[in-house]
Design a protein around this ligand. Structure first.
Ligand code: NAP
Length: 331
């Protein structure tokens, strides 16, 4: 396995082994490509391994840079099996990218995970929350000089930004977390315990992703040295994330982001941004939420985006952490 920087460019840091969830398409796939090009060995943790292999081949990512492992992040048992399978490879772990997500804004009724949880929260938050806890010791043991855990956040879950204030169907809001507290099983489908809104379920799960990053930083950065960060890579309006939106939306949304808001980012650039947050020395800031802005500028630089009170409040974060631990069977 490569350990030296492939580029000789010290800003690109030392390479190592990174696990990326949901690397079979979109941002995760292009992040795998960008990291493999930097000399990293990439563990593609994907729902459909054959799809992941074909996707990697389509971008000419060398087979020798990849290990393929299967996981359904919506199923906590499958996450446990992924961790076992990873341990049996004997690989070390120097970075973890929590990237996989589902967005199902047209569901009329909540879809449930095998454990009975609403599917967006189960996949995007609980699956990753369990995975992070199960792999923390691996990150602690790594001899890499800059071990990192990176979580994909989004603008629509950060009410400090315009995109996070959009009331359709409602801004991200975990309320008093009474839905989590009550066990989060049917008929409960939202963290707040309020009525099911599928688009908001996605935003709430991404809010949990950003809260998790902040809480990991508060609890574990000083004692472990691991760098915990999240990012908004830009609006990658043409990934399969939007496959469950109306067909007209899938045409209009990329056009709107390209020509009206200027927020559009290609999958390749979004993947490169993830790779930078994982590997480059300029991103070694724990607790940071990285952004390149909502209007993309040529050669625009990254900055640390302020998070909303909902994402940064330590009391909400501590409660979200404790309840999530219970719901994934860790407490
Ligand atoms: P995408 O192309 O749909 O990628 C999502 C990935 O997650 C796919 O590989 C998908 O696998 C995987 N996945 C879904 N459910 C899974 C499950 N149960 N178990 C394992 N893997 C599962 O979407 P994307 O746009 O690249 O999104 C990647 C990340 O970027 C997400 O966290 C998203 O919230 C974030 N993000 C995206 C945008 C954007 O504009 N697109 C903006 C901000 C943040 P399958 O191929 O099997 O479906």
């Amino acid at each position: 396995m490569a350990t030296a920087s492939s580029s000789g460019d010290s800003s690109r840091g030392q390479s190592g082994t990174v696990m990326i969830t949901g690397a079979s398409s979109g941002v995760g796939l292009y992040a795998a490509k960008a990291l493999a090009a930097r000399g990293w060995h990439v563990v593609m943790a994907c729902r459909d391994v054959e799809k992941a292999r074909a996707a990697a081949r389509s971008l000419a990512i060398p087979d020798s840079s990849l290990t393929h492992l299967q996981v359904d992040l919506g199923d906590l048992d499958s996450v446990r099996r992924l961790v076992e399978a990873f341990h049996s490879t004997g690989l070390s772990l120097d970075a973890l990218v929590c990237n996989a997500a589902v967005y199902k804004p047209r569901l009329k009724q909540p879809e449930r995970s095998p454990q009975g949880y609403e599917i967006s929260m189960a996949t995007n938050h609980f699956g990753h929350f369990l995975l992070i806890h199960a792999l923390l010791d691996d990150l602690k043991k790594s001899g890499h000089p800059s071990r990192r855990l990176v979580i994909l956040g989004t603008v629509t879950a950060n009410s400090k930004e315009l995109g996070g204030k959009i009331p359709i169907p409602a801004p991200a809001d975990l309320g008093d977390l009474s839905g989590f507290e009550a066990g989060f099983k049917a008929p409960i489908s939202m963290a707040s315990g309020k009525a099911f809104k599928p688009g908001k379920a996605y935003k709430d799960s991404k809010l949990c992703n950003m809260i998790t990053t902040q809480e990991l930083h508060r609890r574990l950065h000083d004692s472990t040295g691991i760098i915990f960060s999240s990012l908004y890579p830009g609006c990658v309006a043409d990934t399969p994330l939007f496959r469950n939106t109306p067909k007209a939306f899938q045409t209009i949304f990329p056009w709107f982001q390209k020509t009206i808001t200027g927020g559009y980012v290609s999958q390749e650039l979004a993947g490169e941004r993830v790779a930078q947050v994982v590997a480059d020395s300029g991103f070694a800031v724990s607790g940071a939420h990285w952004s390149w802005g909502n209007r993309q500028k040529k050669n625009g630089q990254q900055f640390i985006q302020e998070l909303s009170e909902k994402a940064s409040d330590p009391d909400t974060a501590a409660k979200t952490w404790d309840l999530s631990k219970k719901l994934v069977g860790l407490a």
